[in-house]
Design a protein around this ligand. Structure first.
Ligand code: SF4
Length: 76
């Protein structure tokens, strides 16, 4: 069965998470734990830090499970 992408948005950005390719290395949760939370639902809190810091962390995801887009510029 194909896993569904999880979608999180604030007013400026949308972050998607694809659990089927996540390597569970926990880089996101270790490096920006107040945004990428391990035991709270919804697990990504896009209000917890600046968009710049969140985007930087998304780009550090080694598997590509985390992606982002800018709400105004792209069809998310
Ligand atoms: S950084 Fe990417 S691969 Fe690592 S746990 Fe987070 S989503 Fe999964």
């Amino acid at each position: 069965m194909k896993a569904k992408h999880h979608v999180f948005s604030n007013k400026d950005i949308t972050v998607t998470y694809n659990p089927s390719i996540c390597t569970n290395a926990e880089r996101c949760a270790l490096e920006l734990s107040h945004v990428f939370r391990q035991s709270v639902i919804p697990w990504i809190d896009l209000e917890a830090d600046s968009n710049e810091n969140i985007i930087t962390q998304v780009k550090r995801c080694p598997s590509g499970a985390l992606q982002f887009c800018l709400n105004k510029k792209e069809a998310c």
